[in-house]
Design a protein around this ligand. Structure first.
Ligand code: SF4
Length: 343
């Protein structure tokens, strides 16, 4: 009897790593130590062995404090950076080792929305030129009329009046510019969107509108999102699953409801304790002491041990492995694995 074939996840990261060299030239790597000149390369460990999947149609959120490596994950997936190690698979095929030419067919399927809409809008082009350009590039067979209809439809669907077409990006408010950037991503009919803090630069009053627009686009077009944010209240309303990142490594990965109702990793608990809730029956705000250690010299053991109230000697010596929990979540913490008291 043949085995039933299951569909691969739309996105799969396997042990993804990204290190940035700090010393640019040979001379910068030389150090004088103990009366001798030695060579020592300093690297920023931005992403450390990240493994996760995004199924078709889901909103996988990546959260963490500033500098935790979440935007680097987005840029690696988008192909804007090359991984130092590990693999990226899209729809069952490895893509991190593809040439630019081999990536071309994927470019229209995978689009990125940035925190700053100017990153995808050329200030010297009218918004019509900015929106038409990717459609023509990815669909050279389309007639002028078809391109015009496609762009006008998308503009209307994101609340951008087609009569504004001749204006330039600077003539719009931040919220309108982000709508135009979303329209630009949607004009090529993508299936996967990488959104890097897409609402954090907008006024609070506009954030909900843009978020709702992205949710509507997901429902209408069956989109899958990799959504990078530092804002847990956004995750709670938008995400289907959440990966919590600390110093470039995943400390907890769970579906949104499980994470918010039963956070397990001490870092996740501290983050969630700061999110205001209507019905707030959780323990008091957990105040994290100390700064995030520098990613240049990663601490031995658990990356969180210098700020964790439950740290023991084992935490300082041994890096915890991500372990599956009975509720399906994945947690990297000795205290959770060995059931130390944490209340
Ligand atoms: Fe805290 Fe230790 Fe768990 Fe790290 S492994 S989060 S230091 S208890």
């Amino acid at each position: 009897m043949s085995e039933a074939k299951t569909n691969p996840p739309l996105l799969e990261l396997r042990g993804l790593e990204k290190r940035f060299e700090l010393d640019k030239g040979f001379l910068e790597t030389l150090r004088f130590k103990g009366g001798r000149i030695t060579r020592e390369r300093r690297q920023v460990h931005a992403v450390n062995s990240v493994s996760m999947t995004a199924e078709k149609g889901e909103v996988l959120c990546v959260v963490g404090e500033s500098g935790c490596g979440k935007s680097t994950v987005a840029r690696l997936v988008a192909g804007l950076l090359t991984p130092s190690a590990g693999e990226i698979h899209y729809d069952g095929e490895r893509i991190d080792n593809r040439t630019r030419k081999a990536m071309m067919p994927l470019r229209s399927k995978m689009q990125m929305i940035f925190q700053n809409p100017y990153a995808s809008l050329n200030p010297r082009m009218t918004i019509w030129q900015s929106l038409v350009e990717p459609v023509r590039h990815h669909n050279p067979q389309m007639s002028k009329g078809e391109v015009r209809d496609r762009v006008s439809d998308v503009m209307r669907s994101v609340g951008v009046d087609p009569s504004w077409s001749k204006r330039y990006p600077h003539e719009f408010s931040g919220g309108q510019r982000q709508r135009i950037a979303i329209a630009r991503a949607l004009t090529v009919d993508p299936e996967f969107i990488i959104a890097d803090e897409p609402i954090s630069a907008l006024d609070v009053s506009i954030q909900a509108q843009v978020l709702n627009l992205m949710l509507e686009a997901r429902e209408e077009r069956g989109l899958t999102y990799l959504f990078i944010t530092h804002d847990l209240s956004v995750v709670q309303h938008f995400g289907t699953r959440v990966a919590v990142l600390y110093l470039g490594a995943i400390c907890e990965l769970a579906d949104t409801q499980t994470l918010f109702s039963n956070p397990k990793h001490p870092y996740t608990r501290a983050l969630l304790s700061a999110v205001p809730q209507l019905k707030d029956d959780r323990p008091n705000h957990i105040r994290l002491k100390g700064e995030i250690p520098t990613p240049i010299n990663l601490p031995k053991g658990c990356p969180f041990h210098s700020r964790c109230a439950y740290a023991r000697d084992q935490c300082r010596m041994e890096q915890p492995k991500a372990v599956h929990q009975p509720d399906g979540s994945l947690v990297a913490c000795h205290a959770v694995e060995e059931d130390w008291p944490r209340d």
